[in-house]
Ligand binder design. Sequence first.
Ligand code: MF3
Ligand code: CO
Length: 252
Amino acid sequence: MAITIKSAKEIELMMESGKILAEVLERLEEFIKPGISTLDIDREGERIMRSYNTIPSFLDYNGYPASICVSVNDQVVHGIPTAERILQEGDIVSLDAGVIHKGYHSDAARTVAVGEISEEARLLIDRTKQSFFEGIKFARAGCHLYEISAAIDDYISQFGYGIVRDLVGHGIGRNLHEDPQIPNFKQKRRGVKLQPGMTLAIEPMINMGRADVVWEDDDWTVSTDDGSLSAHYENTVLITDGDPVILTLPTK
Ligand code: MF3
Ligand code: CO
Protein backbone atom coordinates (compact mmCIF):
# COMPACT_ATOMS: atom_id res chain seq x y z
CA MET A 1 0.00 0.00 0.00
CA ALA A 2 1.28 3.45 -0.84
CA ILE A 3 1.70 6.11 1.80
CA THR A 4 -1.41 8.31 1.88
CA ILE A 5 -1.13 12.10 1.73
CA LYS A 6 -4.04 13.69 3.52
CA SER A 7 -5.99 16.59 1.99
CA ALA A 8 -6.78 19.73 3.96
CA LYS A 9 -10.24 18.35 4.76
CA GLU A 10 -8.79 15.03 5.91
CA ILE A 11 -6.23 16.81 8.07
CA GLU A 12 -9.05 18.69 9.76
CA LEU A 13 -10.74 15.38 10.62
CA MET A 14 -7.46 13.83 11.78
CA MET A 15 -7.00 16.84 14.06
CA GLU A 16 -10.47 16.39 15.53
CA SER A 17 -9.83 12.67 16.00
CA GLY A 18 -6.51 13.34 17.72
CA LYS A 19 -7.94 16.00 20.00
CA ILE A 20 -10.62 13.61 21.23
CA LEU A 21 -8.04 10.87 21.88
CA ALA A 22 -5.78 13.32 23.72
CA GLU A 23 -8.61 14.15 26.10
CA VAL A 24 -9.60 10.51 26.52
CA LEU A 25 -6.05 9.56 27.51
CA GLU A 26 -5.66 12.56 29.78
CA ARG A 27 -8.79 11.60 31.68
CA LEU A 28 -7.85 7.93 31.74
CA GLU A 29 -4.44 8.76 33.24
CA GLU A 30 -6.19 10.50 36.13
CA PHE A 31 -8.20 7.35 36.74
CA ILE A 32 -5.09 5.23 37.42
CA LYS A 33 -4.56 4.30 41.07
CA PRO A 34 -3.64 1.23 43.12
CA GLY A 35 -6.49 -1.26 43.60
CA ILE A 36 -8.26 -0.93 40.25
CA SER A 37 -8.24 -3.76 37.74
CA THR A 38 -7.03 -3.48 34.18
CA LEU A 39 -10.62 -4.26 33.14
CA ASP A 40 -11.78 -1.20 35.14
CA ILE A 41 -9.40 0.85 32.96
CA ASP A 42 -10.85 -0.63 29.78
CA ARG A 43 -14.42 0.04 30.92
CA GLU A 44 -13.63 3.62 31.94
CA GLY A 45 -11.73 4.26 28.70
CA GLU A 46 -14.57 3.00 26.57
CA ARG A 47 -17.08 5.02 28.60
CA ILE A 48 -15.05 8.21 28.08
CA MET A 49 -14.68 7.51 24.35
CA ARG A 50 -18.38 6.97 23.92
CA SER A 51 -19.10 10.17 25.86
CA TYR A 52 -17.27 11.95 23.00
CA ASN A 53 -19.48 10.08 20.54
CA THR A 54 -16.51 8.25 19.21
CA ILE A 55 -15.69 4.60 18.58
CA PRO A 56 -12.81 2.64 20.15
CA SER A 57 -10.84 1.44 17.15
CA PHE A 58 -9.03 -1.42 18.87
CA LEU A 59 -12.21 -3.28 19.86
CA ASP A 60 -12.47 -6.29 17.51
CA TYR A 61 -9.44 -5.13 15.51
CA ASN A 62 -8.11 -8.47 14.22
CA GLY A 63 -10.14 -9.99 17.05
CA TYR A 64 -8.63 -7.90 19.87
CA PRO A 65 -11.21 -8.22 22.68
CA ALA A 66 -11.04 -4.80 24.40
CA SER A 67 -11.06 -1.04 23.80
CA ILE A 68 -7.82 -0.13 25.56
CA CYS A 69 -4.54 -2.06 25.50
CA VAL A 70 -3.39 -2.17 29.13
CA SER A 71 0.14 -3.50 29.67
CA VAL A 72 1.59 -3.74 33.18
CA ASN A 73 5.31 -3.77 34.14
CA ASP A 74 7.08 -6.35 31.93
CA GLN A 75 4.18 -6.34 29.47
CA VAL A 76 5.26 -4.23 26.50
CA VAL A 77 2.06 -3.72 24.50
CA HIS A 78 -1.33 -5.26 23.63
CA GLY A 79 -2.07 -6.45 27.17
CA ILE A 80 -5.66 -7.68 27.45
CA PRO A 81 -7.57 -6.08 30.35
CA THR A 82 -8.93 -8.51 32.95
CA ALA A 83 -10.82 -8.27 36.26
CA GLU A 84 -8.10 -10.33 37.94
CA ARG A 85 -5.13 -8.07 37.20
CA ILE A 86 -5.18 -5.48 39.99
CA LEU A 87 -2.77 -2.54 39.85
CA GLN A 88 -0.39 -2.31 42.80
CA GLU A 89 1.50 0.66 44.15
CA GLY A 90 4.85 0.76 42.33
CA ASP A 91 3.57 -0.75 39.08
CA ILE A 92 3.92 1.02 35.75
CA VAL A 93 1.05 0.67 33.30
CA SER A 94 1.00 1.41 29.58
CA LEU A 95 -2.29 2.67 28.16
CA ASP A 96 -2.62 2.43 24.39
CA ALA A 97 -5.82 3.64 22.74
CA GLY A 98 -7.27 4.56 19.39
CA VAL A 99 -10.47 6.18 18.19
CA ILE A 100 -12.22 6.48 14.84
CA HIS A 101 -13.83 9.86 14.30
CA LYS A 102 -15.73 10.50 11.06
CA GLY A 103 -13.73 7.71 9.44
CA TYR A 104 -10.30 8.88 10.65
CA HIS A 105 -8.11 7.10 13.15
CA SER A 106 -5.82 8.43 15.82
CA ASP A 107 -3.55 6.26 17.99
CA ALA A 108 -1.59 7.17 21.12
CA ALA A 109 -0.04 5.59 24.20
CA ARG A 110 1.42 6.64 27.54
CA THR A 111 3.06 4.76 30.40
CA VAL A 112 1.76 5.88 33.77
CA ALA A 113 3.01 5.38 37.35
CA VAL A 114 0.75 3.62 39.84
CA GLY A 115 1.32 5.57 43.06
CA GLU A 116 4.97 5.87 44.05
CA ILE A 117 7.38 4.10 41.70
CA SER A 118 11.11 3.43 41.78
CA GLU A 119 13.56 6.00 40.47
CA GLU A 120 14.67 3.59 37.74
CA ALA A 121 11.08 3.04 36.58
CA ARG A 122 10.51 6.82 36.49
CA LEU A 123 13.63 7.28 34.38
CA LEU A 124 12.51 4.57 31.96
CA ILE A 125 9.14 6.28 31.48
CA ASP A 126 10.65 9.76 31.07
CA ARG A 127 13.37 8.64 28.66
CA THR A 128 10.92 6.66 26.54
CA LYS A 129 8.78 9.78 26.22
CA GLN A 130 11.83 11.92 25.45
CA SER A 131 12.91 9.50 22.71
CA PHE A 132 9.67 10.28 20.87
CA PHE A 133 10.52 14.00 21.01
CA GLU A 134 14.06 13.31 19.82
CA GLY A 135 12.58 11.34 16.91
CA ILE A 136 10.12 13.98 15.79
CA LYS A 137 12.91 16.55 15.44
CA PHE A 138 13.21 14.80 12.06
CA ALA A 139 9.47 14.53 11.36
CA ARG A 140 9.76 17.29 8.80
CA ALA A 141 9.16 17.57 5.07
CA GLY A 142 12.42 16.81 3.26
CA CYS A 143 13.82 14.63 6.03
CA HIS A 144 13.92 10.88 5.49
CA LEU A 145 11.81 8.52 7.54
CA TYR A 146 14.66 6.59 9.12
CA GLU A 147 16.22 9.77 10.48
CA ILE A 148 13.38 9.53 13.01
CA SER A 149 14.35 5.92 13.77
CA ALA A 150 18.03 6.82 14.16
CA ALA A 151 17.31 9.74 16.48
CA ILE A 152 15.26 7.50 18.79
CA ASP A 153 17.99 4.85 18.72
CA ASP A 154 20.81 7.32 19.36
CA TYR A 155 19.02 8.84 22.33
CA ILE A 156 17.97 5.53 23.94
CA SER A 157 21.23 3.63 23.36
CA GLN A 158 23.19 5.76 25.84
CA PHE A 159 21.09 4.31 28.69
CA GLY A 160 21.70 0.66 27.79
CA TYR A 161 17.97 -0.01 27.37
CA GLY A 162 16.61 -2.48 24.83
CA ILE A 163 14.65 -1.02 21.91
CA VAL A 164 11.86 -3.38 20.88
CA ARG A 165 12.45 -4.49 17.28
CA ASP A 166 9.51 -6.80 16.68
CA LEU A 167 6.96 -3.97 16.73
CA VAL A 168 7.13 -0.62 14.96
CA GLY A 169 5.24 2.63 14.37
CA HIS A 170 3.10 3.15 11.30
CA GLY A 171 1.23 5.46 8.99
CA ILE A 172 -2.37 6.15 10.04
CA GLY A 173 -5.50 7.69 8.54
CA ARG A 174 -8.60 5.96 7.21
CA ASN A 175 -6.88 2.82 8.51
CA LEU A 176 -5.29 2.24 11.90
CA HIS A 177 -2.19 0.78 10.28
CA GLU A 178 -1.02 2.25 7.00
CA ASP A 179 2.37 2.42 5.32
CA PRO A 180 5.09 3.21 6.13
CA GLN A 181 6.36 1.05 8.98
CA ILE A 182 8.45 3.15 11.38
CA PRO A 183 11.17 1.23 13.25
CA ASN A 184 12.51 2.73 16.47
CA PHE A 185 16.08 1.67 15.69
CA LYS A 186 18.71 2.53 13.11
CA GLN A 187 18.26 1.35 9.53
CA LYS A 188 20.83 0.84 6.82
CA ARG A 189 18.77 2.81 4.30
CA ARG A 190 17.41 6.31 4.76
CA GLY A 191 13.75 5.49 4.03
CA VAL A 192 11.15 7.54 2.21
CA LYS A 193 11.30 11.30 2.00
CA LEU A 194 8.70 12.87 4.27
CA GLN A 195 6.02 15.06 2.72
CA PRO A 196 3.43 17.48 4.10
CA GLY A 197 0.13 15.68 4.69
CA MET A 198 1.63 12.40 5.89
CA THR A 199 0.25 11.28 9.24
CA LEU A 200 2.42 8.94 11.28
CA ALA A 201 1.98 7.07 14.58
CA ILE A 202 5.45 7.17 16.12
CA GLU A 203 5.71 4.83 19.08
CA PRO A 204 8.96 3.85 20.81
CA MET A 205 8.66 0.73 23.02
CA ILE A 206 11.64 0.57 25.36
CA ASN A 207 12.72 -2.21 27.73
CA MET A 208 14.85 -1.64 30.81
CA GLY A 209 16.68 -4.86 29.98
CA ARG A 210 17.13 -6.66 26.71
CA ALA A 211 15.17 -5.90 23.54
CA ASP A 212 13.75 -9.41 23.09
CA VAL A 213 10.02 -9.88 23.54
CA VAL A 214 7.73 -12.91 23.75
CA TRP A 215 4.05 -13.38 22.95
CA GLU A 216 1.93 -14.74 25.80
CA ASP A 217 -0.47 -17.66 25.26
CA ASP A 218 -3.38 -15.25 24.67
CA ASP A 219 -1.60 -14.48 21.36
CA TRP A 220 -1.84 -10.73 22.06
CA THR A 221 0.11 -9.72 25.13
CA VAL A 222 3.73 -8.93 24.28
CA SER A 223 6.13 -9.16 27.27
CA THR A 224 9.84 -8.68 27.74
CA ASP A 225 11.70 -11.99 27.50
CA ASP A 226 13.92 -11.16 30.48
CA GLY A 227 11.05 -9.94 32.68
CA SER A 228 12.38 -6.37 32.79
CA LEU A 229 10.05 -3.35 32.83
CA SER A 230 8.91 -1.81 29.56
CA ALA A 231 7.52 1.62 28.63
CA HIS A 232 5.64 2.92 25.58
CA TYR A 233 4.97 6.42 24.31
CA GLU A 234 3.04 7.14 21.12
CA ASN A 235 1.40 10.03 19.33
CA THR A 236 -0.16 10.56 15.94
CA VAL A 237 1.90 13.22 14.16
CA LEU A 238 1.18 15.36 11.07
CA ILE A 239 4.03 16.31 8.72
CA THR A 240 3.71 19.91 7.53
CA ASP A 241 5.82 22.50 5.68
CA GLY A 242 7.18 23.54 9.07
CA ASP A 243 7.12 22.00 12.53
CA PRO A 244 5.31 18.67 12.94
CA VAL A 245 1.92 18.86 14.63
CA ILE A 246 1.34 16.32 17.40
CA LEU A 247 -2.34 15.56 16.93
CA THR A 248 -2.85 13.51 20.11
CA LEU A 249 -1.57 15.92 22.77
CA PRO A 250 -3.99 18.22 24.62
CA THR A 251 -4.01 21.73 23.12
CA LYS A 252 -3.95 24.11 26.05
N1 MF3 B 1 -1.49 0.99 18.99
C1 MF3 B 1 -1.43 -0.37 18.61
C2 MF3 B 1 -0.46 -0.55 17.48
O1 MF3 B 1 -0.21 0.36 16.75
C3 MF3 B 1 -2.75 -0.85 18.12
C4 MF3 B 1 -3.19 -2.03 18.84
S1 MF3 B 1 -4.29 -2.87 17.90
C5 MF3 B 1 -5.03 -3.92 18.95
O2 MF3 B 1 0.05 -1.65 17.32
F1 MF3 B 1 -5.65 -4.75 18.21
F2 MF3 B 1 -4.17 -4.50 19.71
F3 MF3 B 1 -5.86 -3.28 19.70
CO1 CO C 1 0.19 2.43 17.01
